[in-house]
Write a protein that binds this ligand. Structure first.
Ligand SMILES: [Zn+2]
Length: 449
């Protein structure tokens, strides 16, 4: 049994002083007033954030797609760079790069990741002997770092809305429905053997999946999460309108039973009617603000969505820069720039940092299949402590602590991180940072040779 004490701890009813937690089987078993005897004590504690959307292998191309091409660069030219990179990676590379990405997630305060995993097959496009080989490498990276894993094997079959088969450069992603069923079964076996892991299904996008295939893949979910990229790009909206006489989100809501199990990743380009309908469906909007800014996707209509009662979470997507506070900061800053306003996502009188943290915690947990979350009996003991001597918190009381974490000079503010009650980050550094970085360096040396 684990025992932790915090002088100040963020609970669903706000900050509480002088609280101990008992932890059994990786979950919070009880909250007790005062410092329980034998408890390890920290000053400021809060729940870690879920990262609901990651493509771990893309961490390896961070910083390699920022040189301007001959014309205007876009999402689509970025995607060509990503394909070249994806075609070069071995299973060892994927495991090493994913572990580095997960170290960085944990060090900034993410405690669970939704891995939207689509790099399935060998370099020649043929399945590995163990069809779920690459998924097993993702799980190995999660095991080595301790991050909670929601494994989302991706179904990918088409190169566009016209239903044409996947192109040669997409061969490592593409599967038949039969092959995909094997990948889902393999993922189920993999998460069974990994503490704190679960899985869902992920039709890649409306352009990569035919209507019949979407129905089949969603049907494999049972009660588990269903994640899909949707309405990220204007061109995708135009193609959907041309081919299906409906905008992507409009089409999806009309042809799939979208409900609280679903996570609509990006959902950037929606009409007001679509925004309201997604909120009503109970689906979580999977926002990836840093990647969306990096790729020039556009800005999600968060005020309208929240006013309609919508749920959101955040994801690091391309992993170009991994930062839990940075994702929610970018979410708010995009709104401020678009609307020329401040404190857009807080309720009147409320802290913006607290609203962003609470929203991303609730929506991200739901999207990743975790029904009980935060500092609550039965929730996983996924916790972060902040360095109370850090300049960013000096002068701040509980009411503005999350604002200084999100908006302040908070580099190095995260002190310790626990997942399922085990300490993974100590003094701001992951406990296996050195060896995992060495393995990452070796993979990057191979890939850039
Ligand atoms: Zn994505």
């Amino acid at each position: 049994m684990g025992l932790l004490h915090f002088e100040l701890l963020l609970t669903p009813s706000g900050w509480r002083r002088d609280v101990s937690l008992t932890i059994e089987g990786g979950r919070i078993a009880a909250l007790l007033p005062g410092r329980a005897s034998g408890a390890e004590s920290h000053r400021i504690g809060l729940p870690g954030l879920p990262n609901l959307h990651s493509h771990a292998f893309q961490r390896g191309m961070s910083g390699f797609s920022e040189i301007r091409g001959p014309g205007a660069d876009s999402f689509w030219s970025w995607r060509d760079t990503m394909y070249r990179f994806a075609l070069a990676m071995t299973p060892d590379d994927v495991e090493a790069i994913a572990a580095q990405a997960y170290v960085e997630m944990l060090e900034t305060g993410f405690t669970r990741v939704g891995e939207f995993h689509y790099l399935h097959h060998g370099v020649d496009g043929r399945p590995y002997a163990d069809r779920a080989e690459m998924a097993a490498r993702i799980a190995a990276a999660a095991a080595a770092t301790g991050i909670g894993l929601t494994l989302l094997p991706v179904f990918y079959a088409r190169s566009g809305f016209d239903g044409a088969p996947a192109r040669p450069e997409q061969r490592r992603f593409a599967s038949s429905l039969d092959l995909y069923a094997d990948l889902v079964a393999g993922s189920a076996r993999i998460v069974e053997e990994l503490d704190g892991a679960t899985f869902g299904v992920a039709p890649h996008s409306l352009r990569a999946v035919s209507p019949d295939e979407l129905r089949a893949v969603a049907g494999m979910a049972g009660g588990r999460p269903v994640h899909i990229h949707v309405a990220e790009q204007v061109r995708e909206v135009e193609e959907s309108v041309a081919r299906r006489s409906a905008r992507p989100v409009e089409w999806l809501l009309g042809h799939a039973a979208v409900d609280a199990r679903w996570c609509l990743v990006h959902a950037t380009h929606m009409t007001v009617a679509e925004t309201d309908a997604v909120a009503r469906s109970g689906a979580v909007a999977g926002l990836c603000p840093i990647t969306e800014a990096n790729l020039g996707d556009g800005i999600f209509d968060a005020p309208r969505f929240l006013a309609a009662g919508g749920r959101f979470g955040v994801g690091t997507d391309s992993n170009v820069s991994i930062d839990a506070a940075g994702e929610v900061r970018q979410l708010e800053y995009s709104q401020r720039l678009a609307l020329r306003a401040r404190n857009v996502l807080a309720a009147p009188g409320g802290s913006t940092g607290a609203a962003l943290h609470a929203g991303a915690l609730a929506g991200g947990s739901a999207a990743l299949g975790e029904a009980v979350f935060g500092v609550e009996v039965g929730a996983p003991a996924d916790l972060v402590s902040l360095d109370a001597d850090h300049p960013a918190v000096i002068g701040h009381g509980p009411e503005t602590l999350l604002d200084t974490w999100v908006f302040g000079p908070s580099v190095g503010l995260v002190d310790c991180v626990w997942t399922r009650g085990a300490k993974r980050v100590d003094g701001g550094r992951h406990v296996s940072r050195g060896p995992l970085r060495a393995r990452f360096a070796a993979a990057m040396a191979r890939l850039s040779a």
